[in-house]
Every structure is written in structure tokens, then in C-alpha cells.
Design a protein around this ligand. Structure first.
Ligand SMILES: [Fe+2]
Ligand SMILES: [Fe+2]
Length: 289
């Protein structure tokens, strides 16, 4: 959001160095600092109210994942698929734990930092639930190598704004639909219960990220915004690979799923464009979309 103020040409981007704790400062939002403080407080209170315990899921009362029907071989194959789903979500929430603690340390103001204390707790609890679920389905399976790369790129983002854009605005914004799909495909299981909780939690994380990004962008230079748009475009093929990836045990499913994956990717691209508009970024659509 450009105000025409001369300050807007100066970047006050906070570098996110590993192990660096950003010095706290009072909000410098010249537009409406009160509104920003109220918004972050609202997300903080929402997160506190929604906080839940891993023990509250129906462990032992309902199946962890769908048990499946048919021959032993078919059932084993289905179980491999669910194990892979659980493994990748554990990977994602382990990364989210790292990223949210980086954001807690890097947030330059108290309202932002207070909000991130809730996110660190949420992401830790998510990882805890996935670890328990992983144990219930026979342990971790093959990790998604592209998810590891996506996580590394995001953790090493050049600026706080870039990190919030990638993690909270894009990834957390896009994952909500995925949780709904998983829950719909696994009715009456702990997996579905967990995904329904995560839909709410990540809705809060995403909303807070959009608000914080809009606030930070009031003082972000056009150059930094262009750099973020460039990184976002460059990372798209990696995002695509992460979505299309199948573990060795499931490679047989790739051809059958590809059509649906392409449709999903297209819808993600449309969503990403809308999110970019919302925070004031111009992201080029990669070729083929
Ligand atoms: Fe999470
Ligand atoms: Fe999250």
C-alpha cells in the first residue's frame, strides 16, 4: 500500500539472520498504528481461545486413519498412502514450528511478537499430534524431498516480509483446502479430527500473516517488493514438484492423479494471484497457467 510518503522509498525491512533476535521498537505505522495493534491483539485472543490439547482428540476410540476394505494387499496399499499423508504433514508442521519461532524472534514490535507466541505453541502442538498419529500408523515413511527444499528456501528468506509472504500468506493460505480434502476422505478418524482443527488454526495463522504483511508493506520499498515477487515466481516449480511428488511405494498412482493435480495447481495459482493483490504484490503468472 503506497501512501506517497517519502518514507516509503526507504526500506525498513528487518533482516532475518539465523539466531538473530530483532530489537523491539514501537510501531512506526503512520497510517493507523491503533488499527494494526487492535488487529494483532484480535488474532492473539482468537488463537488463545482456539487453543486445544492433543489429548482431546479421540485416540483409541476411533481409527487413526481409514482402515479400508478388500484384500490384505489392497489394505496395505491404502495404509501406505495414509502413512505418506501423515509423514508429509509431520514434515510440514515441523518446518512450521521452526519458521514460527524465527518469526517470533524477528518480529520488530510487541503486538506482532505477542501474536507469534501463540503460533509457536500451535505449530508445536500440530507437530506433536502428527508424531502421535505417525506412531499409530507404523512410523514415518519416505519424506517429500521437495518439501525439505521449500522449507530451506523459506527459512533462509532475505527479509521478514518475504518469509511472511511465503509461509503465512501463501503456504498456510493454500493448505486449508488440503486439510478439508483430507478430512473429507477420512471420515470418522483421528486424522479427520486433526485436519478439522488445523483448518481453524491455519485460518488464524493465515489471517494474522495477511494483516502483518499489509502493516509491514506500508514501509517496504518497491525494490524489496519486486524481489519478493521474483522469489515467489522462482519458487513455483519447486512448489509444483512438491505437490506432484509421490513416494516410491505410490509411484503407480502418479498417472491417475496427475489430471487432478494439474487442476489443483491451477486453482492454487489463481488463489496466489488474489493473495498477492490483497497485500499489494505483483506476481507474474508462470508459463503454462
Ligand atoms: Fe501447523
Ligand atoms: Fe500454521
Amino acid at each position: 500500500m503506497e501512501t506517497g510518503n517519502i518514507l516509503d522509498t526507504e526500506s525498513i525491512v528487518v533482516p532475518v539472520e539465523e539466531n538473530e533476535i530483532a530489537p523491539l521498537s514501537l510501531s512506526t505505522d503512520t497510517n493507523d498504528p491503533e488499527k494494526y495493534i487492535r488487529e494483532m491483539k484480535r488474532f492473539y485472543l482468537l488463537a488463545k481461545r482456539q487453543a486445544w490439547k492433543v489429548e482431546s482428540l479421540s485416540w483409541g476410540k476411533i481409527p487413526p486413519v481409514p482402515e479400508g476394505k478388500g484384500s490384505g494387499e489392497n489394505r496395505a496399499r491404502r495404509m501406505e498412502i495414509w502413512r505418506s499423508v501423515v509423514t508429509q504433514q509431520l514434515q510440514a508442521d515441523t518446518l512450521a514450528s521452526l519458521l514460527s519461532s524465527q518469526l517470533l524472534a524477528a518480529a520488530p514490535d510487541l503486538p506482532g511478537r505477542l501474536y507469534y507466541t501463540t503460533m509457536v505453541q500451535d505449530e508445536g502442538r500440530h507437530a506433536e499430534a502428527w508424531i502421535k498419529l505417525c506412531e499409530e500408523v507404523g512410523g514415518m515413511s519416505e519424506p517429500n524431498p521437495f518439501l525439505i527444499q521449500l522449507g530451506e528456501r523459506t527459512m533462509n528468506a532475505d527479509t521478514l516480509e518475504e518469509k511472511i509472504w511465503l509461509f503465512q500468506v501463501v503456504f498456510e493460505g493454500l493448505v486449508i483446502d488440503k486439510f478439508r480434502q483430507i478430512a473429507a476422505g477420512a471420515p470418522g478418524t483421528v486424522l479427520a479430527e486433526l485436519c478439522n482443527r488445523l483448518t481453524i488454526d491455519d485460518g488464524i495463522h493465515h489471517g494474522a500473516g495477511v494483516s502483518y504483511e499489509q502493516h509491514l508493506f506500508q514501509h517496504t520499498s518497491q525494490r524489496t517488493k519486486r524481489a519478493i515477487a521474483r522469489v515467489s515466481k522462482d519458487m513455483w516449480p519447486l512448489f509444483e514438484n512438491h505437490l506432484l511428488w509421490r513416494p516410491q511405494a505410490r509411484s503407480w498412482a502418479s498417472a491417475a492423479l496427475q489430471k487432478r493435480d494439474i487442476a489443483t495447481l491451477r486453482s492454487y495459482m489463481v488463489r496466489e494471484q488474489k493473495l498477492a493483490q490483497k497485500v499489494g504484490l505483483e506476481i507474474e503468472v508462470p508459463q503454462g497457467y
